[in-house]
Write a protein that binds this ligand. Structure first.
Ligand SMILES: O=c1nc[nH]c2c1ncn2[C@H]1C[C@H](O)[C@@H](COP(=O)(O)OP(=O)(O)OP(=O)(O)O)O1
Ligand SMILES: [Mg+2]
Length: 198
């Protein structure tokens, strides 16, 4: 269907590259769009799907290769699904630590029963920049919001996300374990099926 030996990952997030490459194994080499450009496209979509497609098209256009994008985020029940597609920009672009501090503060008086949340991941694969039929796969991961950060692994909101099936934070999981059960793992599992890689 296309040469899948090399795919450009339309992401400037090193955490995503590491996780997605580990999930794909050695059969597909993911090359970061950072090899071509450090300019990040503006994520103007209103949904994870729209932003994933927009990022994938941009990377395919710049690189001339098929491109995979990951648009993901954290949807907190008490906040009506925020920060959602705005997760990376929640604290106005000040980074993961500021995002986490802002979220802890927003949830500081929220009781345990109302602290449900889910990580969302949408993967979009385009064969070329104007591909009329992007492959789309999504994954969700249900958990709860902790009242303090815990753990050193992972990236982003991992230290604040309690994983019921492991009884620890996402940042306390080993990378290999997170890559078996995360929202990204679920989306990638579907993508591998769609591509006939499993
Ligand atoms: O497994 C995860 N563990 C913890 N946090 C996570 C995870 N997955 C997404 N997240 C958070 C990070 C960021 O705040 C937002 C993604 O935003 P998103 O725009 O998709 O990614 P990004 O700007 O970091 O990189 P890029 O757009 O170049 O792919 O959700
Ligand atoms: Mg982004």
């Amino acid at each position: 269907m296309m040469n899948l030996k090399q795919l450009v990952l339309a992401s400037h997030n090193a955490g995503k590259l590491k996780e997605l490459q580990a999930m794909l194994g050695e059969s597909v080499q993911l090359r970061s769009i950072g090899e071509w450009s450090n300019v990040e496209p503006e994520e103007t979509g209103l949904s994870f799907v729209e932003n994933a497609i927009l990022k994938a098209r941009n990377a395919a256009r710049i690189s001339g290769l098929p491109a995979l994008a990951d648009d993901s985020g954290l949807a907190v029940d008490f906040l009506g699904g925020a920060p959602g597609i705005y997760s990376a920009r929640y604290a106005d672009g000040k980074g993961d630590a500021a995002n986490n501090a802002k979220l802890l503060d927003a949830l500081k008086d929220v009781p345990e029963a109302e602290r449900g949340a889910q990580f969302v991941c949408v993967l979009a694969l385009v064969r070329h920049a104007d591909d009329p039929l992007p492959i789309l796969c999504e994954g969700l991961w249900h958990g709860r919001m902790l009242t303090a950060a815990s753990g050193e692994h992972g990236f982003g909101y991992d230290p604040l996300f309690w994983v019921p099936e492991r009884d620890c934070s996402s940042a306390e999981l080993t990378p290999a374990d997170k890559n078996q059960i995360s929202h990204r793992a679920r989306a990638m599992d579907l993508l591998r099926q769609r591509l006939g890689l499993k």
